[in-house]
Design a protein around this ligand. Sequence first.
Ligand code: ATP
Length: 373
Amino acid sequence: MANLTLDGVTKWFDDDGDRIVAVDDVHVDIEDGEFLVLVGPSGCGKSTTLRMIAGLETVSQGDVRLGDRVINDQPPTVRDIAMVFQSYALYPHMTVQENMSFGLEESTGLSDDTIARRVEETAEMMGIDDLLDRKPGELSGGQQQRVALGRAIVRDPDVFLMDEPLSNLDAKLRSQMRTELQRLQEDLGVTTVYVTHDQTEAMTMGDRIAILNDGKLQQVATPIEAYHRPANLFVAGFIGEPSMNFFEMEREGDVLVGDDFEYSLTAETLDEIGDTERVTLGIRPEDVELVSGGEGAHEFRTVVDVVEPMGNENNVYLRFDAGGDDPQMTGDERTFVATVGGLQSIEDGQEVAARIPESAIHLFDTETGLALR
Ligand code: ATP
């Protein structure tokens, strides 16, 4: 079994006597064969976490376990973990064949013949078998990426660690490799931790995603769960493009009162809020409906600020219409965004009504950021 456990894993760096906590008490249990994507903004501690699992960085506190073994103090070479880097890290003076087989004999004790056969099989699987005699400088970025992956696969490790492995590829190749990598991981069934700051990769590739911010784990969930039931404001704002719209509101009886609008709540929703007074209301852009009228429940008069055509759909940036006396935007007025079908003809400056259905709203405690529903 190669389930990988991070148990209170913490990393601090010393910066002239100041302690920088890069990873803060992270707990996560990654199942045997699971594809876990570690995602978060730049500097949140993703690479440091991965490097601790690989043994390239010491663990300040907590345990990294592979199966039942604590591997904190094991050197990287005996961990049975293969890492793929963003930079590919291929040896420039070696051929593809040599890059893939380098060090295998020492670490596995396999014979030269067996290694050569394994390299050939893997190269075939990765579609690079006709490149075995070339050096990295004679390969395209995509081919180098395949070699780097092939080199990890040929080791037949318990765990793959991947640090933004697709970020140097152009958009088309990246999306192709995304699918390929996912299929490969599924076929090989090797426990994988994949680091990215790209939420499309996170949403499409992972069995589960672990969202980090400021060194702290925010939520571990399937992509669908994280999208539909974000644990807090950070996850809600991080996952989804365009981002969820947020409105800070004060509770007054059974109504939420904000700067731009008031929003009445049913008894059921009020129950979920409990006695929280400062509530942030969130709504995904695709859940905002543009309707005619504007007088119904949870409907608001708005003016179109900008329409961003996306082809199959439009992102319509709206601002609340205080009374229609000044159609000019001042530029600093708050807008929110609705994503609607591309066939609806909507123009800048147009007055429209937006409906924010109660069934689709997310509610958060403004002070703690935690989800209330
Ligand atoms: P990115 O997506 O930009 O690569 P990341 O999420 O991988 O970011 P890390 O590289 O893990 O983030 O860094 C986490 C934090 O730890 C950052 O604030 C970084 O400046 C700090 N850090 C990383 N390595 C060191 C080091 N050797 N000494 C001091 N601080 C460090």
